[in-house]
Design a protein. Structure first.
Length: 132
C-alpha cells in the first residue's frame, strides 16, 4: 500500500460536508463556513498569555498535567481567587491569564466528561438550576 493510500484510508476517505458551496473570485470552491467554530477570531495576545501561563504550570507540575482532570470546583476556586486579585489591582502574577486558563480547563473538562473520557464526578459543582 502506498503512503498516500494509507493516509486516505485512515479516515475512511471522508470529509465533512454541509452541502453548501462558496466560490471565490479565483474560481476556487469550498464548503461554506456557516455555523462553524471561529477560532481565528480569538485574540493572539490572549492565546499567547494563556500559553505563557500554561508554560509556567508545565514547569511547576508537569506538561499537560491538567488534562488528567481535577474537580471543576477547584478550577472555580482558583478562578475566583484570581478575579479578586485582578480586581484589587495586584500585579504579582498574570491574574487574567490564570482566569482564562482556569475557564479553559473547565470548558475542556465539560467536553471530556460529555465524551466519557473523564469521569462525570469531576463536575462537582452544585446544580441550583437546570438539570440535576
Amino acid at each position: 500500500m502506498k503512503a498516500s493510500e494509507n493516509i486516505m484510508n485512515r479516515d475512511n476517505n471522508r470529509m465533512h460536508d454541509s452541502g453548501k458551496r462558496q466560490q471565490f473570485a479565483s474560481g476556487t470552491v469550498r464548503d461554506t463556513a456557516d455555523d462553524k467554530p471561529r477560532p481565528d477570531l480569538i485574540s493572539p495576545y490572549a492565546n499567547e498569555r494563556e500559553g505563557a501561563w500554561l508554560g509556567i504550570g508545565a514547569k511547576k507540575y508537569a506538561e499537560r498535567n491538567w488534562e488528567a482532570g481535577m474537580p471543576i470546583s477547584r478550577c472555580i476556586a482558583s478562578l475566583e481567587r484570581h478575579v479578586i486579585a485582578y480586581k484589587k489591582g495586584k500585579t504579582d502574577e498574570d491574574h487574567m491569564a490564570a482566569i482564562r486558563t482556569n475557564a479553559g480547563f473547565i470548558l475542556h473538562y465539560e467536553e471530556m466528561i460529555k465524551l466519557g473520557v473523564l469521569p462525570k464526578e469531576l463536575d462537582d459543582m452544585p446544580k441550583y438550576e437546570g438539570e440535576k
